[in-house]
Ligand binder design. Structure first.
Ligand SMILES: [Zn+2]
Length: 322
């Protein structure tokens, strides 16, 4: 398949100054089921490390030589919040956002999401070429030409995902806290090319919050899909952090996590909702089986509402097969 131009559906964002639809907060745990590395480097760069390596390889340098010269930080530390290991809000949001962007596909030439966070490929890529793992995992959706990403400062119309998660000049309806490690003991791993990283071991737990404002039921379902949830409050294995697209680095697997919603608090300002026998009332709290039933119902609702538009992949098994 070759890149095809598709039209991104854009509308004025909904009113942020009043409460409509669902308003509330989730307590969420992200649990690592492999080693997990979340980088702490704050440097701004437009070039990705793999692109730099690719470029220099063309000049005849070996990957080992490039790493020893170009990347002077040989020991990669883990992100912290108040000196505890943590996953920053921006990484959690980016992870969920790119999964939602890639979960939408064009139907009759139209698609509900631009690409802000997810990488779009200009050409189909063969094994070993730039982006081949990304292409293998997500399929031809990465070739969709969705044109310029939404920018509210330029155009007052945005796609659904920008309305939900924000873009330049527009705050999102879904907001994230940092996810802080709960008793996480980092380990030092020696990976390929003499690269040492600090990583959280399997079964490490990071806790945080996801707040939401004015979400419709099918959009709540979409948020759950972005977290890898299907029919229960505990999700399927998904990829997060560095080295996630490698099936293995030396003897280690990295970047597999599970999202689990521990609790839902419906705000006093929320509108009540009643669908398929489940009701949500302002001020209500939900946990356990009732919460799992709610996730199942909202995801099913989203699958119906966006029928033929969702491209849901099992990314972890796709990586294992690379
Ligand atoms: Zn957009």
């Amino acid at each position: 398949m070759h890149p095809q131009r598709v039209q991104v559906i854009k509308n004025p964002p909904r009113d942020r100054s009043k409460f409509e639809y669902l308003v509330g907060s989730f307590s969420v745990t992200i649990e690592s089921i492999s080693y997990l590395h979340i980088g702490s480097s704050q440097y701004a760069t437009l070039l990705k490390e793999e692109n730099i390596i690719e470029l220099l390889k063309k000049q005849g340098l070996t990957e080992e030589a490039i790493r020893s010269v170009v990347f002077e930080e040989r020991f990669l530390s883990f992100h912290t919040t108040a000196s505890l290991p943590s996953i920053p809000a921006s990484s959690v949001k980016g992870n969920i956002r790119s999964r939602i962007e890639l979960s939408f596909k064009a139907k009759e030439g139209k698609v509900r999401s631009c690409f802000i966070r997810a990488t779009r490929l200009l050409l189909p890529s063969a094994v070993g070429m730039h982006g081949w793992r990304h292409h293998r995992i997500w399929g031809d959706v990465v070739l969709e030409n969705r044109d310029q990403a939404c920018d509210f400062t330029v155009n007052r119309q945005v796609c659904l995902v920008c309305d939900l998660l924000g873009t330049n000049g527009l705050q999102g309806l879904i907001r994230f806290s940092d996810f802080v490690g709960d008793g996480v003991r980092l380990e030092r791993l020696s990976l390929e090319y003499g690269m040492d990283v600090l990583a959280a071991p399997p079964n490490s737990r990071f806790k945080g919050f996801i707040d939401f404002l004015n979400l419709k039921p099918e959009e709540m379902g979409l948020l759950f899909v972005g977290m890898g949830l299907r029919n229960s409050a505990r999700g399927k294995d998904v990829l997060l952090g560095r080295f996630k697209y490698r099936s293995q680095m030396k003897n280690y697997k990295l970047g597999r996590v599970v999202y689990q919603i521990e609790k839902l608090r419906v705000s006093e300002f929320s509108k009540p909702i009643e669908i398929d026998g489940i009701s949500l009332k302002p001020g209500q709290t939900l946990e356990g089986e009732a919460l799992s039933n709610l996730v199942n119902m909202f995801v099913t609702n989203a699958m119906h509402y966006y029928e033929g538009e969702l491209n849901i992949k099992d990314e972890v098994s796709a990586v294992e097969k690379l």
